[in-house]
Write a protein that binds this ligand. Structure first.
Ligand code: FES
Length: 573
């Protein structure tokens, strides 16, 4: 049974009794490791996205120490290594531009080093898919640990959700309902502890996806960063990864088609971020699972949302954990899941969630009393989005889910910012706002600008939502009737590039259609007159625009799709 007792790949470095073996061992011993560290015990790489430029992951050095405790207790040899960290709130032009670069860093760092098993420390939005993608391409035994959400924000006696509160309050300032001073006061109140965004934004969503896929220990998604049970989970994960190496429990044995279907259903049940679509597609295509954009609609769209968290609902991640966290949700929707899916702890998903209690039915609703029916991601098609576009009906206004309106077009995000509050702009709440050139290639990096703020003159009427269409993404903490990820994108000449102000656009979410009322002949004329926007001419940005795939394929680089495992490279000297 060679599968159950794999030869440790780290022994190709540390197990050699020659000059090369001397070099590998001698230099590694520098911190004072005893020589029996190299006696054939599993070497566990702790892949750390700690960075002070990624505030959501700034507690990861402490977390790594708990992983090391667990690895040592189980007889492994832990070696921590840094990889590129992606801070959502700092990195320009958008952290998403660098998701694929960070994944390459992870992949090559794992493959090129004496590592037998991997622990991924992930938190801020893009750090989770980047690490999962890179590790999947190596396919070693791997376990995920999330950094955990922040405690609830508190502002003037009330809870304040990260991200969601920013969008809400900035609109209130523009509508004259909040002063600039009050807005500034809220800064320190929103982010007051370690951890990632405390709404069901992209970070919480992706942590929930990791747990739903079976790639973390149960409860990983929701334990607050500053709750010491997070450290306990890290220590237990450290113990477990050593056993996983001995069992050769590689990622492809866990991240199966069934696991992805579980994740898609879980995403609907938690009211998860639209960003999960591009990330799950990219992760699936790395590990070799044939997942398509249409699967999100077919598998998940009928699922109800049962988690009452911002931005779809009321509460925050701290409340979610105290209510039972993701195990309680998965137990509630167990009839919709593949319960035999294996997980990293060696048990099935069904065994892990059996009897998982819910302690607060306001936060986690019963399946028959959901927060929203049919809450999963809907995939729209039509002459405006031949390869698909994404909408999150649970975050949209019900009265706008079927809408016909006059397009008001913005050629870029700068064009939008320059015009949106111009009193002469011919726009009202019935119009459809169309934003171009913010897709994977156009921005570049597919920025989170799809939830365009409404015109001040519309906000001042008390209107809070309009139909918006773009090839961008939106923050997982955002909300509204926002059509995203339109593919093909404008910058490669997709139909979105051809929309003109004054065209009529029809959105019908129930029919899954997105239609531009312009004849094929007129579109062909416009296409002939269209020319592509300029693209970067050097560095990673050039590599990215030359190779990035469209959103409906996960926006990965074409040469990174798939996995090549972790064969041992030739010696370095
Ligand atoms: Fe890091 Fe929201 S900014 S998770």
């Amino acid at each position: 049974m060679s599968d159950s007792k794999p030869k440790l790949r780290s022994q190709a470095w540390f197990g050699k009794q020659d000059r090369d073996g001397f070099v590998h061992r001698s230099w590694t011993q520098k911190p004072g490791y005893p020589s029996d560290s190299f006696d054939g015990r599993p070497v566990i790489g702790i892949c750390n996205t700690w960075s002070e430029l990624t505030p959501c992951n700034s507690h990861f050095r402490e977390l790594a120490e708990f992983v090391k405790r667990g690895v040592l207790e189980a007889g492994g040899f832990p070696l921590e290594f840094p990889v590129m960290s992606l801070g959502e709130t700092q990195l320009r032009p958008t952290a998403m531009l660098f998701r694929n670069l960070a994944s390459m860093d992870v992949e090559e760092s794992i493959r090129g080093n004496p590592i037998d098993g991997v622990v991924l420390l992930m938190g801020c939005d893009k750090t989770t898919p980047a690490l999962m993608m890179g590790a999947a391409s190596c396919n070693l035994p791997t376990i995920g640990i999330s950094g955990g959400p922040m405690l609830n924000g508190k502002f003037r006696g009330k809870d304040l959700g990260s991200g969601t509160g920013v969008w809400m309050m900035s609109e209130m300032v523009r509508a004259g309902q909040m002063t600039q001073e009050e807005f500034t006061d809220a800064e320190a109140c929103m982010n007051r502890s370690s951890g990632h965004c405390n709404t069901m934004g992209t970070a919480s969503t992706m942590a929930s996806m990791v747990e739903s896929l079976g790639m973390s220990l149960p409860s990983n998604a929701a334990i607050p960063a500053s709750d010491t049970r997070r450290n306990r989970l890290a220590q237990l994960s450290g113990r477990r990864i050593v056993e996983m190496v001995k069992e050769n429990l590689t990622m492809d044995k866990i991240m199966t088609r069934e696991a992805f279907e579980n994740a898609i259903r879980a995403n609907a049940a938690i009211g998860g971020s639209t960003n999960s679509v591009v990330h799950l597609l990219a992760m699936a295509r790395r590990i070799g699972v044939d997942l398509t954009l249409e699967d999100f609609d077919r598998i998940g769209s009928e699922m109800p949302c049962i988690v009452n968290l911002q931005p779809s609902g009321q509460f925050l991640m701290e409340d979610f954990y105290y209510a039972g966290g993701l195990p309680a949700v998965l137990n509630e929707i167990r009839s919709c899941l593949h319960l035999n899916a294996p997980t990293v702890n060696g048990r099935t998903l069904g065994e892990n969630i059996e009897g998982a209690p819910c302690y607060n039915r306001e936060v986690i609703r019963p399946l028959d009393q959901p927060l929203r029916e049919h809450a999963g991601i809907a995939i729209l098609k039509g002459n405006l989005a031949p390869n698909g576009a994404v909408i999150k009906p649970s975050a949209a206004s019900p009265h706008l889910l079927k809408h016909r309106g006059r397009a008001v077009v913005f050629e870029s995000i700068e064009d939008f910012r320059a015009k949106i509050d111009d009193p002469t702009l011919d726009i009202d709440e019935n119009c459809v706002m169309v934003l171009k050139n913010c897709g994977p290639r156009g921005y570049p990096g597919m920025a989170e600008v799809g939830n365009m703020p409404l015109p001040a003159k519309v906000l001042q009427k008390g209107v809070t939502d309009m139909v918006r269409i773009s090839d961008a993404r939106m923050s997982g903490t955002a909300y509204g009737t926002v059509v995203l990820h339109t593919s093909p994108e404008a910058a490669i000449g997709g139909p979105l590039a051809l929309v003109k102000t004054g065209d009529m656009v029809q959105l019908d979410v129930r029919e899954r259609s997105l239609h531009l009322e312009v004849s094929d002949e007129e579109l062909a004329r416009r296409k002939a007159a269209w020319s592509p926007p300029p693209t970067p001419d050097r560095g990673y940005a050039k590599l990215y625009v030359d190779h990035v795939q469209q959103a409906h394929l996960g926006a990965d680089l074409d040469f990174l799709v798939g996995k090549s495992g972790a064969p041992i490279p030739r010696e370095s000297h």
